[in-house]
Design a binder for this molecule. Structure first.
Ligand code: SF4
Length: 204
């Protein structure tokens, strides 16, 4: 394996912090593929430090946007995420930093971690994936109860902190269709923008 902690996609730098996740989404790319456009995202182990990430990051040309998103939930390595984001913000203040997350972090850490990320993260993209708990559970297969409520609370925590937040859904996976209008209303009520990702076979 390659231990790809940092990779480039469409001119943006992506950071692949972990392969762990508190969901087991039925559409998760990693179920079917071990790479994204040829980049192997299964990690050798979970022991990489922030400095390991920074060392790989510095081998790339600076990009306008950096996204924490890989084969796992990046917020499960919160301290490393914060350290890397702080490094990027200090060295490349113009770079926009986004985190793609399942929105479970406040449940995992038993505290509201969003204020700790203010000034480091410019935008969160949170997987809403459903207008109801039932829809969410079917698509996301969370590993704990009441995950849907936790996701909504996380989105609200972001908007409460005035951090840009997008609630996203995957639409059309193997013929499954969500109530888009209701999903959008939920997103708007939580202070988030709304994004629909149409399912395509390779996921991108
Ligand atoms: S939240 Fe993301 S990494 Fe986790 S199972 Fe779902 S798609 Fe995969």
């Amino acid at each position: 394996m390659a231990n790809t902690l940092v990779y480039l996609l469409d001119g943006k730098i992506y950071i692949n912090l972990t392969n762990r996740c508190t969901n087991d989404c039925i559409f998760c790319l990693r179920k079917d593929k071990s790479d994204v456009k040829g980049q192997e995202l299964w990690l050798d182990d979970e022991n990489s430090t922030a400095q390991d990430v920074i060392n790989q990051f510095e081998t790339f040309e600076p990009a306008k946007e950096v996204i924490f998103c890989g084969y796992g939930e990046p917020m499960l390595k919160l301290e490393e995420l914060k350290e890397v984001a702080k490094y990027i913000k200090e060295k490349y203040p113009e770079t926009k930093i986004r985190v793609n997350t399942n929105g479970h972090a406040n449940f995992v850490y038993k505290r509201n971690v969003v204020p700790e990320l203010k000034g480091l993260i410019d935008e969160f993209s949170v997987s809403l994936n459903g207008a109801t708990k039932e829809e969410y559970d079917e698509l996301s297969q969370p590993k704990f109860e009441n995950a849907y409520d936790e996701v909504k609370k996380f989105i609200k925590s972001c908007s409460n902190e005035d951090i840009s937040v997008v609630a996203s859904i995957v639409e059309g996976y193997k013929g499954r269709h969500l109530d888009l209008k209701k999903c959008e209303e939920i997103a708007t009520d939580l202070g988030a923008k709304f994004r629909v990702r149409e399912w395509i076979v390779n996921g991108y």
